[in-house]
Design a protein around this ligand. Structure first.
Ligand code: GDP
Length: 526
């Protein structure tokens, strides 16, 4: 196969949802269709359950499970499909955001009973930043959920994206009888507790087909015809272009646990979802078809075994062909590294990979050379753009409890930050170090790992910080004046970018009003 053909048959997507919406269940059904797994229950949930008794070790164990399932590849209808799973727990949201930079499209699972939930809204914001095409799957139709039109309105309103239903439920909850496939004009009938099979799809020609009357109770047929008419009246016809631009989300209805509506989703996905596209580095746009390999690291997972402090770096291949054992150029460090130990992810197994193509994810064993956001290439000098950091939600100051171990503490902090566990800010005055996280859990993990892996004893003390804002200005002099004025509140992030540490919302607002020439950013990349 040529490079172009390999690229053309790849579909790399992320699957996102608020916890419990049915992400794991749907993933499993997709893998079953692809023949990548044989039995249900083979995919372990990467959900992180934090009971009162669970400590960080449990959490890490649970995260360990998620390494195996964080990338799953399978073949389906000549396509090579790569699913990137994302942790649903909100304390690991930053992980999810970064994973979304490595995908070409997204499937978003929504619970029909709960509707659009908070975590989903945040995830959608991230998709919008990069205009990632989104398909919605409204799940759990076997339950008494909200009315289909209400759900669609909610998606448009809360997620700020237009929708186009591609399938339509016939009944709901106990009265659920099927999903009418608007996209293909056929019908999937539902029998509770029965695993759906292909032959159960009834071929019908449009909603007026008399076959419908034979198959379904009169009332439901009438309702379906009215609703489909309404759907076609209210929503613009499906248009692949608006979907690919991230402006309109095609919506499917179904019940993942009953394997219902999943094939409709998968078949349509394979037809409309985009293959890998060009991506930008600091210097230029790189097309996947370019012969020379390039890719970037979007995730690093630490080894569970503290005796072996190696880690797995996840690389998204962006152009050319990755070959095991080759020397690749590490852009940030300006040196070549040889990767003889590359791993590909196929469903349940990790296996050694000889070559990989744009859209694929390769796992590289690393002893501390790589960090999130790094670019590897065959000579290309620019770093891939698009791995932003978000202003953290919680801040604590690092207090070294053992003066003899400050080197270990620095090293540990540095490496753990490279893994993307948290963000480090160093104040200009007095070199105070403050760590920012999305949730309290990360501090626990940090403290434990610093001690166990680096022998550094650190405490994390609450500080009065509300937000970290990256600052810039069109006029250097204005920026300098601002820094001078607010010296006590200026820090640098790990890349050395300037950050203003605001103490409160009101105060930040006031500072913003008083310094109109300074731009305040809540995302590191601007
Ligand atoms: P995740 O947290 O998004 O990965 O959600 P899971 O896939 O683990 O599903 C959460 C719970 O919802 C599990 O108990 C599933 O069995 C259940 N579930 C998933 N899909 C359906 C469905 O279609 N109908 C019903 N009734 N339950 C479902």
């Amino acid at each position: 196969m040529t490079l172009e053909q390999e690229i053309g048959r790849r579909r790399t997507f992320g699957i996102i949802a608020h916890p419990d919406a049915g992400k794991t269940t749907l993933t499993e059904k997709l893998l079953l269709f692809g023949g990548a797994i044989q039995t249900a229950g083979a995919v372990k949930s990467n959900k992180i359950d934090i009971g009162t008794r669970s400590d960080w070790m449990d959490i890490e164990k649970q995260r360990g499970i998620s390494v195996a399932t964080s990338v799953m590849g399978f073949e389906y209808k000549e396509l090579k499909i790569n699913i990137l799973d994302t942790p649903g727990h909100k304390d690991f949201a930053e992980d999810t955001y970064r994973t979304l930079t490595a995908v070409d499209s997204v499937i978003m699972v929504i619970d029909c009973v709960k509707g659009v939930e908070e975590q989903t809204e945040k995830l959608m914001e991230v998709c919008r930043m990069r205009n990632t095409p989104v398909i919605c799957f409204i799940n759990k139709l076997d339950r008494e959920g909200q009315d289909a039109f209400t759900l669609l309105d909610e998606i448009e309103e809360k997620l700020g994206i237009k929708v186009r239903p591609m399938s339509w439920p016939i009944g709901m909850g106990k009265s659920l009888r099927g999903v009418y496939n608007i996209y293909e004009n056929n019908l999937n009938l539902y029998e509770p507790n029965k695993q759906k099979r292909v032959d159960d799809v009834v071929e019908i020609k449009g909603v007026d087909d008399p076959e419908l009357d034979k198959r379904l109770p009169e009332g439901l047929v009438k309702e379906l015809r009215e609703e489909i008419e309404l759907v076609n009246g209210v929503y613009d016809e499906f248009n692949a272009e608006t979907y690919l631009k991230g402006e309109v989300a095609p919506v499917f209805f179904g019940s993942a646990v009953n394997n219902f509506g999943v094939r409709e989703l998968l078949d349509c996905f394979t037809q409309i979802a985009p293959p890998p596209k060009s991506r930008e580095t600091e210097e230029r746009e790189i097309s996947p078809e370019e012969k020379k390999f390039s890719g970037f690291i979007f995730k690093i997972h630490a080894n569970m075994d503290p005796k072996h402090r190696n880690r797995i770096a996840f690389v998204r291949v962006c152009s050319g062909k990755f070959e095991r054992g080759s020397n690749y150029y590490h852009v940030r460090d300006d040196k070549k590294i040889r990767f003889s130990n590359a791993t590909a992810f196929m469903a349940q197994q990790k296996e050694t990979v000889e070559e990989a193509f744009p859209g694929d994810i390769v796992g590289l064993y690393d002893t501390g050379n790589l960090k999130i956001g790094d670019t590897l290439s065959e000579g290309e000098k620019g770093l891939y753009k698009g791995i932003p950091s978000f202003s953290p939600e919680m801040f604590r100051e690092v207090i070294n409890m053992d003066a003899m171990k400050s080197k270990q503490l620095d090293k540990g902090l540095n490496q753990l930050m490279d893994e993307g566990l948290a963000q480090l800010f160093t104040f200009e005055l007095g070199s105070r170090k403050v760590v920012g996280t999305v949730g309290a859990l990360q501090f626990e993990v940090l403290q434990h790992r610093l001690l166990n892996e680096y022998g550094a004893n650190a405490k994390f003390e609450p500080v009065n910080i509300y937000k970290a804002c990256w600052i810039s200005s069109k006029e250097r002099a204005k920026l300098d004046a601002f820094i001078k004025d607010k010296q006590r509140h200026i820090a640098k992030d790990k890349e050395g970018k300037l950050v203003f540490m605001a103490e409160s919302k009101a105060w930040l607002q006031m500072v913003q009003d008083n310094f109109p020439d300074i731009e305040f950013h809540f995302i590191s990349e601007f």
